[in-house]
Design a protein around this ligand. Structure first.
Ligand code: UT7
Length: 380
């Protein structure tokens, strides 16, 4: 039986506790709180002490409990992100086994920072066509492990985190009501992490090296254009005006990008959710974490219309429009938590740096798994 709609009924996040401040970064990079704040709006970001799959599992468990469901109810897991631990097996299968969601199909979606938006669109389409009924869509990233900590152009920008939503078949007109996805591939060379991927095996740049090609100004301009154009199109196609949008929950790469996109849409910053100051750019995790924070802060109301534009490597872009349902409070809580962290963020970063040579390359050339085996997260 096909469903007309796919409602978002659960949400949860998993943020590592270790906080890396701008001052921390300036202890080992030629940078300053003033530069980072003025150019990006960022103040802090998180550094994970656990694997991406562990963060994703905790976020998913919280989203499932929030929806009043159990892992056995889930028939699809979509794992969105680009910092996967392994290519084979995929990361979604790691979440499936850690959750005990044995009925669930498990797929990874990698469109870099837009992976959550692409994943949410994919899960919604699968539910509407009857291929799935209850999906968990995750946005997760463990960028600090793949960061070139010698390169101030990128090292100050990113952080780790995860969040997830549950999407369920519904007869009510809620959930995704519009989705525009695209790819500005002509400029795909402007954002590349050399060393992540099979083509680097046995080459001068080895698998596991983390040398970033990052043309910030090109990405900036194309991000503003891509997010603004996708936002305008998704609104027009849904037949709604910018005035009707209650809250914009954008990708958080730079406060100046967010302001430019809001300006282009004619939406005041009072209707924009900003989290870039507290988490930096968590790539695929930024939109869902910002959504969960907006719910916690009471900024999503029953029936709210949400616009979520995003942009990332590829250069992929997109904007989705979500009509929220009646419920803005969780039905239940999961006992799953991240394990405690006994190190500061700066200590965690220095551990990663110790594994890299002065050019950001991993000491062993081939990066050994950082977290030997993804553990089942703590039951609190
Ligand atoms: O989520 C994926 C998508 N990513 C993005 O959308 C990122 C888009 N790009 C940006 O957000 C901005 O381009 C950046 C924040 C990356 C850079 O800001 P910018 O205003 O474009 O600065 P810039 O690259 O033009 O650099 C200006 C100056 C340069 O020095 P000179 O050549 O003027 O002497 C840089 O070397 O700032 C210097 N600089 C820094 N200084 C202190 C670059 N990074 C730093 C730093 N600290 N961390």
């Amino acid at each position: 039986m096909t469903a007309l709609h796919a409602a978002i009924t659960g949400w949860g996040e998993a943020l590592p506790p270790a906080i890396l401040t701008n001052e921390d970064l300036s202890t080992f990079l030629d940078t300053s709180d003033e530069w980072i704040t003025q150019r990006t709006g960022m103040k802090e970001r998180r550094v994970s002490h656990v694997s991406a799959v562990e963060m994703a599992t905790v976020a998913a468990a919280r989203a499932i409990a929030c929806a009043g469901l159990t892992p056995a109810d889930v028939d699809l897991i979509v794992y969105g992100g680009c910092t996967n631990e392994e290519a084979v097996p995929n990361s979604a299968s790691g979440v499936q086994v850690a959750l005990g969601a044995t009925r669930a199909a498990a797929m990874d979606v990698n469109t870099a920072c837009t992976s959550f938006l692409y994943g949410l669109s994919t899960a919604t389409a699968m539910i509407r066509t009857g291929m799935a009924r209850t999906a968990v869509v995750i946005g997760v990233e463990l960028i600090t492990q793949y960061m070139d900590w010698t390169n101030r152009n990128v090292a100050v920008l990113f952080g780790d985190g995860a969040a997830a939503v549950v999407v369920q078949a519904s007869d009510r007109a809620e959930g995704l009501i519009g989705s525009v996805l695209g790819c500005d591939a002509e400029a795909r060379q402007s954002l590349r992490v050399r060393g992540l991927g099979c083509s680097y095996a046995n080459k001068a740049v080895s698998l596991g090296d983390t040398i970033w090609d990052f043309d910030g100004q090109v990405i900036f301009k194309r991000a503003v254009h891509g997010m603004a154009a996708a936002s305008a199109r998704v609104l027009a196609e849904a037949g709604v005006t910018a005035d009707q949008v209650d809250l914009v929950v954008p990708h958080q790469a730079n406060l100046r990008i967010i302001e430019a996109v809001a300006r282009s849409a004619g939406i005041g910053m009072d209707r924009v959710m900003v989290t870039v100051h507290r988490y930096g750019n968590m790539s695929a995790a930024t939109v869902p974490v910002s959504l969960v924070d907006a719910l916690k802060e009471g900024r999503v109301k029953p029936g709210s219309l949400l616009l979520m534009p995003g942009f990332g490597g590829g250069l992929t872009y997109g904007a989705v429009l979500v009509r929220w349902g009646d419920r803005v409070t969780p039905l239940g809580e999961s006992s799953m938590t991240l394990p405690p962290c006994d190190r500061t963020a700066l200590e965690l970063v220095h551990e990663i740096r110790a594994r890299q040579d002065p050019h950001g390359r991993s000491a062993a050339g081939l990066m050994a798994p950082v977290f030997a085996e993804s553990r089942v997260p703590h039951q609190g």
